[in-house]
Design a binder for this molecule. Sequence first.
Ligand code: 5GP
Ligand code: MG
Ligand code: MG
Length: 183
Amino acid sequence: MDDAHVGNELTQVLYTPEDLSARLKEVSAEIDQEYKDKDLLLVGVLSGAVMVMADLSRALTIHCEMDWMAISSYGSGTQSSGVVRILKDLNTDIADRHVLIVEDIIDTGLTLSYLVSNLRSRGPASLEIMTMFRKPEAAKSDVDVRWVGFDIPNEFVVGYGLDYDGRYRNLTSVGTLSPHIYS
Ligand code: 5GP
Ligand code: MG
Ligand code: MG
């Protein structure tokens, strides 16, 4: 679904499909380099990271495996609490594996912080994080994010896997929602 179909629902398009793929090309080149002599396992976090995973993995020139986790974070409304429940665990044993977590967006970093300590306890050979988007608060978090697509302002964005109330994930651009959608 391109942003023309959204009409007046988006206030602003922040990133076009071309912006997203150009940036992923740069990031994937760095990941290629880092893992050229290692067996890479990409771990995507459902559902938001589906688009990033699909495009990042295909931009890589090295072999990789892919696995998925689904987690739900409890919180009041749109605020993340850091209390996380695993809805779907990995199919893969990650002990001694080179794991790269692929995320859609990091806001407070609380969800990611839980995920990192959970995965670290399984004894991977290495554990790194790639996220397509990062908000200002996440930069203050203690979780070290190795690759960031774009640092974005503290606004609620949708598209390219990111939803509002389950919708807009299939929007090819990323943008901010018009306030009238919320009310
Ligand atoms: P955190 O624990 O880092 O605060 O929250 C991360 C999760 O909150 C993301 O995986 C995503 O589901 C949701 N989230 C945070 N910011 C946004 C946003 O701007 N747009 C959308 N659609 N989801 C967001
Ligand atoms: Mg996510
Ligand atoms: Mg969501």
